[in-house]
Design a protein around this ligand. Sequence first.
Ligand code: BT5
Length: 273
Amino acid sequence: MPDRAASRPPLDREALARASGWRFEVVAESPSTNADVAARFREGGQPGLALVAEHQTAGRGRLDRTWVTPARAALTVSFLLDPTGVPVGRWPWLPLLAGVAVVEAVRRSAPDVAAGVALKWPNDVLCADRRGDRKLAGVLLERVEAGGRAAAVVGLGLNVSQAADELPVGTATSLALEGVTVERTSLLLALGDELAARVAAWAAAGGEPDGVRSSYLPLCRTLGRQVRVQLPGQGTLEGEAVDVDRDGRLVVRTAEGERHVGAGDVVHVRQAM
Ligand code: BT5
């Protein structure tokens, strides 16, 4: 197979070093930027770090799943943040807020696909085209504790220039496959700006969800759908997704009444009538 990485431009480290808001560090390779950032925090690292890997070799999804991306074809980045003043009970909004930041950054950087980009609860970023909804990006939030301190690691994987044969699953897509060429450095800077501004506004409100919820709801393509939710542990739930409550939980109207779901994998079955 030809070395496609060689034909893909590297991230512009100097432009990233000049960015305000985050201390960007670019590494050639990392097994998992989330794992590396968590380790840095345990060693005394400070919030504000954004670690980016040109090639992530053992990327993690939720529930021990994997996240697979070739060198220089995607953004694989983890942000270390300390939402000071936000009670831990409000932290479930953080991955949803990160999803909103990804959608807005993609819309700014790739206006041609803006209308098709949306979220599947809790935080998959989808892109709709004539083939249906496909996964463009994923968010992995992890809480780290060390020495009496706690921080959040917000990991983002965003497919940029992969060809179809470079995607690990048929349900995935990349910006290139959606017909747009996007330069990764400016996309990453837009992502950093969106995330920093949204976290700052949310933290300034003490984690009150009203602001983030009103940004999230219009982007959430799960609402109004007939869904099947695979719950953590055992069991599934079926019904119509009708809302996301103030705790960030999906509200599903089932035959047995409304259920509020805090975690799970959602399948969009069809548009509810
Ligand atoms: C996610 O998990 O979507 C979270 C992905 C987070 C990845 C970032 S990259 C930087 C940071 N460092 C890490 O180690 N991770 C984070 P989940 O919802 O569990 O989805 C995982 C599933 O998505 C897999 O089981 C595959 O089916 C699919 N998948 C794997 N790689 C993909 C890709 N590149 N594009 C689309 N889907 C993918």
